[in-house]
Structure formats: structure tokens, C-alpha cells
Design a protein around this ligand. Structure first.
Ligand code: ADP
Ligand code: MG
Length: 222
């Protein structure tokens, strides 16, 4: 059973009186437990595609279906709730809050429902343990290395136990060795949780770790 279906998605931006067609009809399917690397030149629309799959942006035409639902049929509050529960995001820049501890950063997605529950706090601690930062649960992001910050961003993406994990150039700011260990961690966690994972990456090294590869070029997938 495919749990993610992207069906003939197009995206056109109108800027400065001109139209820019970024996606010209993109289709793909992914099942629980599968992973996919999206590669392609800069400006080819990789982030745009990931934003649409992540329901952060609406397609110009076409549809997506995730976990049997068409998220774009929901009103804004229902869409935000669906996104918060089903999808975890990891970006090139970790976007951690500097004033918050590591545990608080990991728990941020739970705040959409009010205070984190005791179970969520427990799961947050377990995740920090799993990514190897147990002793530093009360540290602030500035006290970590780049690779460690990205590990915290991964734990934050997993706190709601999403069905789909989306990572946009997750190792783009890291050196080769750190990138490899962060990529490895992402794959291990994906496997353990049986999630779907899509990674946009420039790195052949990271792409090579994933089981499926597609290239976005000229607005279509090859
Ligand atoms: P990639 O991630 O592959 O580098 P992007 O998806 O970020 O590519 O961008 C693809 C193209 O769409 C670029 O030409 C970019 O300038 C344009 N673009 C992205 N977002 C917007 C936007 N909100 N408004 C107008 N143009 C945009
Ligand atoms: Mg991009």
C-alpha cells in the first residue's frame, strides 16, 4: 500500500510580472518504511517539491495523498494539525531555539497541543539518549557542534512520531565525516520507526545510502 502519492503536481510562481513554472507534473509513490533521495541542480525545484509534499505550500495543480487523506482538502487549522502529527521536517539550518535547552527544543512540536505530556517528555528523553546526547539534555544549542545540533533537529522531527520524514539538504552545512554519521543516524531511525523518508541532497555520499533515487530536472522527475 502506498502511503504517499504525489500525482501530477505542478507549481507556478508569479513574480515581478512574470510566471515561473518550477514543477511541470511530478508524480511519485512511497510506502511506509521506504526511503528516497531527490537530487538535482540548484534551482531545479527540490525545496519547492518538498514544501508541497510537506503541505507547507499548495500545488498549482495536481494532488497529494498522505495516509489516505488529501491534506489540501482540509481547512488551515486541520491542515496544521495533520502536518504536525504526520510529518517531521529537517532543514539544512537546524532552526533550534538558542534560548531553550536541548530537551525543550526537542519538545517544541508538542506545544501545538498545549504542554507536553509526561509520555512526550519521556519520549523526548529517550530520543536524546538514542542520538547519543544524554549527558547534555540541559545544554543550549550554542554548546553543541554542528553535527550534534543536527542530531537534535532530527530528534525534534521525530517527537510526534510522524509517518513521513522530510529532510532538505540535512547535511549541507557539515563536513564529510559528520555528514556521513548524521545520514547514518537518519537511516537507522527511519528503519527503527518504519517511517517514510525523503532526503533532498547534493551529496552523492548521502544519496548513495538511500534505496531509491530520483532526479529533478526541468520541472520533472527522471
Ligand atoms: P532548489 O531547492 O532545487 O534549489 P527551489 O525549489 O528552492 O530550488 O526553487 C526553484 C525555483 O523556484 C527557483 O528559481 C526559485 O527562485 C523559485 N522560487 C522558489 N520559491 C519561490 C517563491 N516563493 N516565489 C517565487 N519564486 C520562487
Ligand atoms: Mg533547496
Amino acid at each position: 500500500m502506498d502511503t504517499l502519492c504525489v500525482d501530477h503536481v505542478t507549481k507556478e510562481y508569479a513574480t515581478h510580472g512574470k510566471s515561473l513554472v518550477v514543477l511541470r507534473g511530478v508524480s511519485l509513490k512511497l510506502s511506509d518504511g521506504e526511503n528516497l533521495a531527490v537530487i538535482g541542480p540548484s534551482g531545479s525545484g527540490k525545496s519547492t517539491l518538498l514544501s508541497i509534499i510537506g503541505t507547507l505550500e499548495r500545488p498549482t495543480s495536481g494532488r497529494i495523498e498522505l495516509a489516505g487523506e488529501d491534506p489540501f482538502s482540509f481547512d488551515e487549522p486541520a491542515l496544521a494539525d495533520f502536518r504536525n502529527r504526520q510529518i517531521g521536517f529537517i532543514f539544512q539550518d537546524h532552526h533550534l531555539l538558542p534560548q531553550c535547552t536541548l530537551l525543550e527544543n526537542v519538545l517544541i512540536p508538542t506545544l501545538a497541543d498545549g504542554r507536553p505530556t509526561p509520555e512526550e517528555i519521556e519520549w523526548g528523553r529517550a530520543l536524546i539518549d538514542r542520538i547519543g546526547l544524554t549527558g547534555r539534555i540541559d545544554y543550549r544549542p550554542s554548546e553543541l557542534s554542528g553535527g550534534e545540533r543536527q542530531r537534535i533537529a532530527i530528534a525534534r522531527a521525530l517527537i510526534r512520531q510522524p509517518r513521513l520524514l522530510l529532510a532538505d539538504e540535512p547535511t549541507g552545512n557539515l563536513d564529510r565525516k559528520t555528514a556521513e554519521s548524521v545520514g547514518q543516524l537518519l537511516l537507522e531511525l527511519q528503519n527503527e520507526r518504519g517511517m517514510m523518508l525523503i532526503i533532498v541532497t547534493h551529496s552523492q555520499q548521502i544519496a548513495g545510502m538511500l534505496s531509491r533515487h530520483v532526479e529533478l530536472d526541468g520541472g520533472i522527475l527522471r
